[in-house]
Structures are given as C-alpha cells and as structure tokens.
Design a protein around this ligand. Structure first.
Ligand code: 5GP
Ligand code: MG
Length: 482
C-alpha cells in the first residue's frame, strides 16, 4: 500500500472543466455558430450552457441549465443579436448544480461591458478576491471567473485592452483558457502554462476561438492555429482576422495530460496532436509495457476504444472484439451524485456480448481508473457472462491526487489509487491482473517532455503553488500588491 493522504487542502470555489467559444463575424449574427460550437463541445460540460452576444450597442444573454439542446430554444437564439458572441458549457461538479455558477459571466462598468467564459481553475482566487474586496469590489459568487472579470474591468479603466489583459494575467495564478468579449471585441486568452486547450479557426465570414478544434470542424471552418500559452488573441470586429500578443512567456508549459487521455474529443487536435492518434499510441505503449496474451482484447466503450485499437494492433495475435454494448441514452456516470447511483448507472450503461466473452480469457482496456467503480463493475459483468479470466489494462498512470486545475475528478479519500498500489487496486476491482501505463509513456505518446505536462493528479507534485500541496517547479506566485 502506498501512503496516501486522507484529506485534501481546501479548494476554493467551484473547480470547473468546461468548454468555451468566442465568435466574431462580419455583419452576420454570431449566436447560431456559437450555439453549434457549444454542441461540438458538449462533452466538456453538461450542467449548463450559455451565450452572450453583442450588437455594437448592448449585450444580449441567455443561460440555461442542462444540455445545449435543453438550454436554448429557437426563440432564445433569435433574441441573441449581434455579430460578436461568447459561449460556455459547464461541467457538473459535486453539490453545486446552481444557476449562479452558470456562464458566460457578465459585468458592466464605466468602460463598457464584459462577458467571460472560463475553462480551468485559478489557485489564488482567495487572495485575489480579498485584494479586490479591499478596493471596494463586491462579489456575487465564490467563483474564480468573477474575480478575473473584476480585475480586468478595473485594469480597463486605467489602460488600453492589451495592457489591461497583461496586468490581469500577471495577477492570475492557475489555469485559464478564456474567451472574453469587451463590448463587441472578442478575444481569447490562454494561461502561460497552456494548461487547457484553446484554438483559433477561420469560418465563413469571420473567426472563432474554441476549446477544441472539433468545434471549428463543426462550423465548416479551418483551424488556423492554437492560442499559444501566455498569448492574447483579439479577433477583428469586421471578421477579417486577428491580432496576437505574446503577453507572458513561461519557460515550461503545464499542459493537462488528462485532456489527451480522457477529456478532449478524439477527433480534436490539441497543440498539434490529434487526440485519437495519441490514444492509439498510448494503447501501443500499454501493450509494450504491460501486454498480456489473452484470447481477446476489448475496450470499455467509448473511452477505451482508441486505446484497445492501438494495443491490439501492436499485440498482433490477440483478437479484437467488442464485448460490452453501451446504452447511449444513459448520461455520463459521473453526473450521478452518490456512489450507489453511480454503481447502478454502470449496469444501465453497459451490457456484455456473451459470445465474445464466454469461456475466454479477456483483456479489458480503459483510459483511466478514478474511483474504481467502472472497472469493478465491468470485471464482475464479464465474469457473470462467462469470462475465464479478466485482465485489466489502463492507458494512464494511477490517479492518486486531486486536480486543482479544472478536472474535478475526486478527492483523495475517493481515489482508489490514493491508498492502494496496483496490487491493492487489482484485488479491489477483482481482476486477474491489472497494469497501468507509466508517466514516461504518456509524455512520449503526447510527443512532449513530462516536465511540460501537468501530471499533478498522478505525482501529487503540481506545476503551481497550491497551499497544502507540493510543487515540482520554481513557481513565482504573483505579487498582488500594487
Ligand atoms: P471510475 O469508475 O474508476 O471512478 O472512473 C473511471 C471511468 O470514468 C473511466 O471509464 C473513464 O473513462 C471515466 N472518467 C475518467 N475521468 C472522468 C471524468 O472526469 N468524468 C467522467 N464523466 N468520466 C471520467
Ligand atoms: Mg469511460
């Protein structure tokens, strides 16, 4: 057994993994493309969806709970006038299913209006908020996005857009991929560590900035390039192009490896890497590091598919088969608030295909083990369906620590690998054998150095200064006095 920690340092505000988009068009209404882009980013958040548009005079806003298709009616879209817009889909986090956390977040102030969509999570929210509160700012939520909005509004009163954004970025510590609308100017901002993805595209009549390239594809557009870590990208109001400003330049990035492993769509390209191919490569490395000869290899649908395909191709002699059928009408199991509900949901979601399983040795491939619920249930399910043995192979290292940067996976006391080593997890999920992938293999499949990735949830060492946690870097925490 490895020594885990039973409780975690307090996290501030809701940690959010979300999808963001910003659209600027020449003359045409931005609401509809923004809405379609949110559909393409639906996997990044299902709790709420919102769009704020600007028609050159004023903002129009609609935010609703649930999926994009539930949050908007045709009439809602029709009322969102203007050729500029930002949109947001928000991921459900434990407990706080709450409209006051829904985004885009808006403020109006003397120098105009702001609308912000944020993916990621700051780790210095509390300090920033109290500094701003001293200066007379009043806050309506406990979230970090409101803090960014107030800081930026304050700086915009004193200087031009680029300088104001830079001054705000210098005060933020943590993870942020933002689409921001200042009056009808749409921009994208990516934190200096590039923790969350953000990409620029060219669409008919204008430009778009989105969390993932799949949103640009959906709009029939073309990817221009990623927003660079530490960069501000300002879209031209006439839809013609954009200006880019490298405002902060870190010596290392901290890209979230979990975007590649699980979170992003497989058809998205992040920082030049097609996620599907990265996952296949992870599968290949899984065979090389921990392959086991069984009669058949099968994925946990859908998240294990690309892995199993890469694994099986490398294995050659192991047959690939679908052994589990997914009921596509059941939502993601993580939405379920209690452990009991989550366990029931796995049975609702997946059913074995007897003929591929019965009397055979099986390798079951998934991307990750978080609480262990999925693996335990599926091992049981395959045994009930007559599997001779069930070997589990996981395309990521053990998740042993929480995420403070926007992937709200679980706390240490819920993470099965926080207290158990691989053998412990193997017996807890009832597998004949279990193996994970090494962090080195993950970095190599992504095509980067491990030191340029954020793997805090694996190593417990974070690329940020987080109270109560350790960091693997020489981090300079922003000085907030000025
Ligand atoms: P577990 O059942 O061990 O708690 O979670 C592992 C399963 O959940 C894997 O099948 C993985 O694909 C999926 N998963 C991993 N991280 C997340 C997450 O943040 N949200 C959701 N919905 N699923 C996740
Ligand atoms: Mg899964």
């Amino acid at each position: 057994m490895s020594s885990g920690r039973a409780t975690d340092p307090q996290r501030t505000g809701p940690t959010e993994k979300c999808g963001v988009v910003g659209v600027s068009l020449e003359e045409r209404e931005a609401a509809l493309p923004t809405y379609y882009a949110l559909y393409a980013l639906q996997h990044r958040g299902q709790e709420s969806a919102g769009i704020v548009s600007h028609d050159g005079f004023q903002q129009h806003e609609h935010v609703g709970m649930g999926l994009v298709g539930e949050a908007f009616t045709e009439t809602d879209i029709d009322t969102l006038h203007g050729s500029s817009g930002v949109g947001h889909v928000r991921y459900p986090t434990a407990g706080s299913v709450d409209k006051s956390n829904a985004q885009p977040f808006t403020v109006s102030f003397e120098a105009g209006s702001l609308a912000l969509s944020h993916n990621g999570n700051l780790v210095n929210t509390t300090a920033l908020r109290s500094k701003l509160a001293e200066k007379g700012h009043a806050f309506s939520s406990d979230g970090d996005t409101e803090v960014i909005a107030h800081d930026l509004a304050r700086n915009l009163l004193e200087s031009d857009l680029v300088r104001a954004v830079k001054a705000t970025m210098e005060r933020l510590h943590g993870s942020y991929a933002l689409t921001v609308m200042h009056d009808d100017t749409v921009m994208g901002i990516r934190d200096p560590e590039g923790n969350r993805p953000l990409i620029i595209g060219r669409i008919d009549g204008g430009n778009v900035i989105a969390s993932e390239s799949a949103a640009i594809d959906t709009l029939g557009g073309e990817v221009v390039r990623d927003v660079k870590p530490g960069e501000l990208v300002v879209l031209a109001e006439d839809g013609s192009g954009f200006d880019a400003y490298q405002l902060l330049s870190p010596d290392r990035t901290a890209n979230c490896f979990f975007e590649y492993v699980y979170f992003a769509r497989p058809d998205s390209v992040i920082d030049g890497e097609l996620v599907y191919e990265t996952r296949r490569e992870l599968g290949t490395k899984l065979w090389e590091e921990a392959g086991v000869e069984t009669d058949v290899v099968m994925p946990v649908p859908d998240s294990g598919r690309a892995y199993a395909s890469g694994y099986q191709e490398a294995a050659e002699d192991v047959e690939f088969a679908e052994g589990l059928m997914k009921n596509r009408y059941v939502g993601r199991t993580f939405i379920m608030p209690t452990q009991e509900a989550r366990e029931r949901a796995v049975r609702l979601k997946l059913n074995p295909i007897r003929s591929t399983v019965e009397d055979r040795s099986v390798t079951l491939i998934d991307d990750s083990i978080v609480r262990g619920t999925t693996s335990r249930q599926l091992v049981d399910l395959l045994r009930d369906a007559g599997a001779e043995s069930v070997h589990v192979r996981i395309g990521a290292p053990p998740i042993t620590a929480p995420c403070y940067m926007g992937i709200d996976m679980a706390d240490r006391d819920e993470l099965i690998a926080a207290e158990n080593d691989a053998e412990g997890v193997e017996s807890a999920i009832g597998a004949d054998s279990l193996a994970y992938l090494s962090p080195e293999a993950v970095a190599s499949a992504i095509g980067t150095e491990q030191s340029d990735l954020c793997m805090g949830c694996v190593t417990g060492d974070y690329p940020y200064d987080i109270e109560g946690e350790t960091t693997d870097r020489d981090v300079t925490t922003p000085v907030l006095d000025r």
